[in-house]
Design a protein around this ligand. Sequence first.
Ligand code: UFG
Length: 341
Amino acid sequence: MKIKKVLVTGGAGYIGSHTCVELLQEGYDVVCADNFVNSSPIAMDRVAQITGKTIPVHELDFCDYPAVKKFFTNETVDAVIHFAGHKAVGESVENPLKYYENNLLSLINLCKAMGKDIRKNLVFSSSATVYGFPDQLPIEEDSPVDSFNPYGRTKLFIEQILQDIWATDNAWNISILRYFNPVAAHPSGLIGEDPAGIPNNLMPYIAQVAIGRLERLRIFGADYDTPDGTGVRDFIHVVDLAKGHVAAMRKLETSPGLMVHNLGTGRGYSVLELVNTFAEVNNVQVPYEIVGRRPGDVAANYASTDKAKKELGWEAQCGIRQMVLDTWNWQSKNPNGYSFD
Ligand code: UFG
């Protein structure tokens, strides 16, 4: 079935906004729904600036089932890309119920409302966190799954819920995408990552140290069994990731069913390599100190990209230099993210 109109939940968020851009540039009609709890409506103005297209933006909380039902009564879409959800690992440990309630309920409400329609095409943003502590690298999609924090468990549970739904009703077409470490920003510098409070993740932390908002980076552990002792991750440019969603949706048009794909580059870089490349390429200082390991961190993970390449015809194009350049372009043009104070 040809997909023309797409609902992007969490469309004003970091990955959501980049995906809206790619969808619009590929000629799809896009509708965005977001509750703006962890995102800014300004992102949608910027999406319009980049693409020259203004899209309908609905303020909607997917935990509110009557509101979700009403939305689908008024809007007919051919597919949904579901980004909306909480995503901070540390916060999920401190407040597990918030994560289980929000992430699971919003998915359930969405599927219930979509289930009343014949167009049951869904792309879900999962995470490489579902691989837990991998016993083999690169990580293939059929590797064992496990998780060690409530955030990761919400991803695992949702994957299972989607498998169960699909098993009972083959009218569903579902793509589960497991992201590795999304970084960088649109090359225009108009949209990018704008974490609330102090960033948890490495790249936005580096960028905020470089701009002077934070004093120094703390590198969590230099005693891992990796080439330089620091953690190794598969950093992927958010524009490549966004294109991966378009490829997955296209695949649903031609090969219905349920599919799972990694979205990564297949190449791991260490924390120190990323810090040094950022400083060198952008000609900025990134002061850091080595501290103890962060609980729950794996030493290394990177994706096997064969399945996505073969089945989706997609592979990441941007290298690490482009990632650090685009991150700095965004950060230096928007030192305070989307807020102007
Ligand atoms: N790191 C630091 N200092 C920091 C932040 C991170 O040294 O201030 C290190 C971490 O110890 C790790 C690496 O940088 O070695 C990457 O850490 P991130 O927090 O950026 O990313 P993670 O790999 O821990 O987690 C990310 C996402 C999760 C997702 C996971 C999937 O944040 O949502 O990838 O593998 F589940």
